[in-house]
Design a protein around this ligand. Structure first.
Ligand SMILES: [Zn+2]
Length: 294
């Protein structure tokens, strides 16, 4: 399936997600994929893959990703995953190698909550624990940005230029939380990991929204229900909250209607929806509210 493309809060994403079917986010600014789904077209070009957990809709494309990179002459990828998933994934790659040589050509690295993953060019990721049904880690993507020292803000351009010419360091380095992706998770992930609420862009699974499926049902399955997001609407400080991983039992229209009617206006104006692809075409990654609201 073809990924949808858009830039919530200015961060380009190529994304595909439908609960139980396939989830993969390509983040070109960080040259990586978050989960690999069934390895949608183009995902193989990114040298780093951050896997949240080993469920098939998030990880099935791993051998294909590794193999395509070899086919196209890219160097072996660095693949990060929960430490508990390393051995099962290694076995899967080894089995493919029996059938087709060198499907193991990647660096498979187990991560634990708190681990930092260097991504080069002043970028890094940090892993955190996510509450799901199996071992799961989420990832926050950080970038180092330079900002004018607070005491110099308000000075005119020539005055700053004079200080630079005199050899003064006028900037301070700051870390910016660009994106947070808990993977599949229960709603408590918002309490477990403060970055979920602070990152510029939050990719938040919202598997269930129907009245037939209650928040208790979502909780039991290790997922999130739309009502739980609505109940915590005031907590989100993100510039954009992208709701993803909707169950295929809902039509795109049902998703759009439910989100528009249940989220308060202030959060709705910052909410994006990633709807699932259909045989008729790719899914959409688009603002949940009509354009005038943003
Ligand atoms: Zn899962």
């Amino acid at each position: 399936m073809i990924a949808a493309e858009a830039s919530p809060a200015g961060l380009l994403l190529r994304a595909i997600s439908a609960g139980g079917i396939e989830t993969c986010f390509q983040v070109p600014d960080f040259e990586l994929c978050l989960d690999i789904g069934r390895c949608p077209p183009g995902a193989e070009r990114w040298p780093t893959l951050l896997l949240t957990h080993g469920h098939i809709d998030h990880a099935a494309g791993l051998p294909y990703y590794v193999s395509l990179r070899r086919l196209y002459g890219y160097p072996p990828a660095r693949v990060y995953c929960p430490a508990a998933s390393v051995e099962p994934l290694r076995k899967i790659l080894a089995a493919w190698t029996e059938l087709q040589t060198n499907s193991e050509e990647c660096e498979l690295i187990g991560v634990r909550p708190g681990d930092l993953i260097p991504l080069g060019k002043g970028r890094w990721a940090r892993a955190f624990a996510s509450p799901h049904r199996i071992a799961t880690v989420g990832y926050t993507l950080y970038r180092e940005v330079k900002k004018l020292r607070p005491e110099l803000q308000g000075l005119a351009g020539p005055a700053i230029a004079a200080r630079v010419a005199a050899g003064e360091e006028v900037n301070v380095k700051e870390e910016r939380l660009e994106l947070c992706f808990p993977g599949d998770a229960r709603i408590e992930v918002l309490d477990w990991e403060p970055a979920t609420l602070r990152a510029r862009v939050l990719l938040l699974e919202c598997t269930f929204l129907g009245e037939g499926e209650t928040p208790a049902h979502a909780q039991e399955g290790g997922h999130i229900h739309l009502d739980q997001v609505a109940a915590r609407a005031e907590q989100f400080q993100n510039r954009a909250v992208v709701l993803t991983h909707f169950s295929r039992r809902y039509s795109v229209e049902q998703i759009e209607e439910a989100v528009a009617s249940r989220l308060p206006a202030e959060l709705l104006a910052r909410t994006w929806l990633l709807t699932h692809p259909s045989p008729a075409g790719p899914g959409r990654l688009a603002p949940a509210a009509p354009a005038p609201a943003r």
